[in-house]
Design a binder for this molecule. Structure first.
Ligand code: HEC
Length: 127
C-alpha cells in the first residue's frame, strides 16, 4: 500500500535512464564515424573512388563493424559478412546495405556508389 504509488515513478525513471544510455551510445558511435570522415583529407577521397575495394573497406569500417564485428566475421548483433560470395551478388549486397534485411536497418548514410564499393570489398574478402 505505502510503496505502490512509487512503482510507476521508478519504472518511468528506469526507462528514462535506459533510453538515455542507448541514445548516448549511438551518439558516440556517430561522432566517431564523423570524426573519422573529417580526419580524411579530400585527396584521400579521390583515391578511394579510384579503387572501390579500398574505399569499401574504409566505409565498412565506419559502421558495418558495429554490428558485424571488427573483422566482419560476426558480431553481437549481426552475422558474419566476410564469406558472402556464393550467397549474394554485389547487387544484392548493395540492396541489403541500402534497404536493410530482416532486423538490419537500412544504412542510409551511404550513397549507392558507396554501397557498391562496400559490396565489392565484401566479395573481395570472401572465400
Ligand atoms: C545496426 C546493426 C547493423 C549494422 C550497422 C549493419 N548490419 Fe548488416 N545485418 C544486421 C543484422 C542483425 C543482420 C541479420 C538480419 C536478419 O537476417 O534478420 C544483418 C545482415 C546482413 C547481411 C545478410 C547476411 C546473410 O548472411 O544473410 C548482409 C550482407 C549485411 N548485413 C551487410 C551489412 C553491411 C555491408 C553493413 C555496413 C554497410 C551492415 N550490414 C551494417 C545488423 C547490422
Amino acid at each position: 500500500m505505502k510503496g505502490s504509488p512509487l512503482i510507476p515513478f521508478a519504472l518511468i525513471a528506469l526507462i528514462g535512464i535506459v533510453l538515455m544510455a542507448v541514445m548516448s551510445a549511438y551518439g558516440v558511435n556517430e561522432r566517431n564515424a564523423l570524426e573519422e570522415e573529417e580526419n580524411g583529407t579530400g585527396e584521400e577521397e579521390t583515391v578511394e573512388i579510384d579503387d572501390p575495394i579500398v574505399a569499401g573497406e574504409e566505409l565498412a569500417q565506419q559502421s558495418c563493424i558495429n554490428c558485424h564485428g571488427g573483422d566482419l566475421a560476426g558480431g553481437s548483433v549481426g552475422p558474419a559478412i566476410n564469406g558472402l560470395d556464393g550467397d549474394y551478388s554485389a547487387e544484392e549486397i548493395s540492396d541489403i546495405i541500402q534497404n536493410g534485411i530482416g532486423s538490419m536497418p537500412p544504412q542510409t548514410q551511404y550513397s549507392p556508389e558507396e554501397a557498391d564499393a562496400i559490396s565489392e570489398y565484401l566479395l573481395s574478402i570472401s572465400e
